[in-house]
Design a protein around this ligand. Structure first.
Ligand code: XMP
Length: 323
C-alpha cells in the first residue's frame, strides 16, 4: 500500500545500496523537485551528499534565503552556495531578446554549476560518483523511460580532473507525481514555502522583465512580485491559482499622477492563471478587492511603477510567461 512513509523507507534503502561509501552531488534550484530529491538522499546518506545552489540573482525575494537557511535547517544538508549574480548580470547586459536571454542564462548556469562540481571533486576525491536529479514520473514517460549516466564535460580543468566526468544518476522521484512529491517533502519536514511553491521558470525573473535585465529592474520587480504573492496568500488564493507571474514592462512608460506631480513610470503586469499542467491555461478570475489591494500597494510602495495591469488572455493564444 502506498504511503509516503513506505516510499521514503524504500528509497532510502535503495539509495544506500546504490551509493555505498561513495559520494553524491545535487543541484538545488529552489524548486520543489530538487529540494525533495536532495532531502531524500540526505536522509539516506547524510554527509556523503553535497548540494550546490547557484545564486544567479534572478530569484524572487526571499527565495535564496529559503534555500540557504530554511532548507539547510530542515535537512542538515551540506550546501555549497555560489554567488554568481554579477557574472549573470554582466552576461545579460544589453540583451533584450527573450531567446537570447534564455540561452545566456542556461549557458552561464551550466558553466557555474560544472565549476562548482569540479571544485567539490577536487576537494573530496574521485569517490564523488553520483548526481541526484529530481526527475518525476511524467518526465520519465515524456522522455521514453531511459535512465543511466550523465556525461559532464568539464571546461575548467580544476586540479587535473579528467576531461569528461561520468556520473551515475540517482533519481529518487522517478515513480512519483507532483502531488506525491509534495507529500513526501512534507513528511521529510521541509518548510511549506518550499513544498507548496508554485512553478517558477529556471531563467527566473530574467524572463519577466520585458527589456534589458539590470539589477535596479530586478530589485523593483522583486518588490512588486513580493507584494502580489503576499496579498494572494493573505486572501487564501494560493491553491486556486496555478501561478501568477508578475512582469515588468521595462521598455514601456506611461504618464501618471502621484502626490502632486506628474510621473512617467513603468507598468507592472499581473498574470494569474489556472491550469492543470501548464500546457493550456485560463486567466484566473481573481476577486476585484484583491486586485485592488495589490494594485494600490504596488503603485504606492514600488518606486517607478505608476500603473498595474491585468493580463486576461488564455493559453493559447498567450503563453503563461511573457517571454
Ligand atoms: P509558458 O510560458 O510556455 O510556460 O506557457 C509554461 C510553464 O513553464 C514554465 N516555464 C519554464 N520553466 N524553464 C523552466 O524551468 C523555462 O525556461 C521556462 N519557461 C516557462 C512557466 O513558468 C509555466 O509554468
Amino acid at each position: 500500500n502506498w504511503t509516503t512513509g513506505n516510499v521514503i523507507e524504500e528509497q532510502v534503502a535503495a539509495i544506500r545500496e546504490q551509493v555505498g561509501d561513495r559520494r553524491a552531488i545535487c543541484g538545488l534550484s529552489g524548486g520543489v523537485d530538487s529540494a525533495v530529491a536532495a532531502a531524500l538522499v540526505q536522509r539516506a546518506i547524510g554527509s556523503q551528499l553535497t548540494c550546490v545552489y547557484v545564486d544567479h540573482g534572478l530569484m524572487r525575494k526571499g527565495e535564496t534565503e529559503q534555500v540557504e537557511k530554511d532548507f539547510v535547517a530542515a535537512t542538515g544538508v551540506q550546501l555549497k552556495v555560489v554567488d554568481a549574480e554579477e557574472r549573470f548580470l554582466k552576461a545579460l547586459a544589453g540583451v533584450s531578446d527573450p531567446e537570447q536571454k534564455r540561452k545566456i542564462i542556461g549557458r552561464e548556469f551550466i558553466r557555474v554549476f560544472e565549476q562548482a562540481q569540479a571544485e567539490i571533486i577536487a576537494d573530496e576525491g574521485p569517490e564523488v560518483a553520483f548526481l541526484v536529479q529530481g526527475t518525476l514520473y511524467p518526465d520519465v514517460v515524456e522522455s521514453g523511460g531511459g535512465t543511466g549516466t550523465a556525461n559532464i564535460k568539464s571546461h575548467h580543468n580544476v586540479g587535473g580532473l579528467p576531461e569528461d566526468l561520468e556520473f551515475q544518476l540517482i533519481e529518487p522521484l522517478r515513480k512519483l507525481f507532483k502531488d506525491e512529491v509534495r507529500m513526501v517533502g512534507q513528511e521529510l519536514g521541509l518548510p511549506d514555502e518550499i513544498v507548496q511553491r508554485q512553478p517558477f521558470p529556471g531563467p527566473g525573473l530574467g524572463i519577466r522583465i520585458v527589456g534589458e535585465v539590470t539589477k535596479e529592474r530586478l530589485d523593483l520587480l522583486r518588490d512588486a512580485d513580493a507584494i502580489a504573492r503576499e496579498e494572494l496568500t493573505a486572501a487564501g488564493l494560493d491553491r486556486d491559482i496555478w501561478q501568477c507571474p508578475v512582469v515588468l514592462l521595462a521598455d514601456v512608460r506611461s504618464v501618471g499622477v502621484q502626490g502632486d506631480g506628474r510621473t512617467y513610470g513603468h507598468p507592472i503586469v499581473l498574470r494569474p492563471v489556472s491550469s492543470e499542467d501548464a500546457m493550456t491555461a485560463d486567466w484566473s478570475r481573481l476577486p476585484y478587492d484583491v486586485l485592488a489591494k495589490i494594485s494600490t500597494r504596488i503603485t504606492n510602495e514600488v518606486k517607478d511603477v505608476n500603473r498595474v495591469v491585468l493580463d486576461v488572455t488564455s493559453k493559447p493564444p498567450g503563453t503563461i510567461e511573457w517571454e
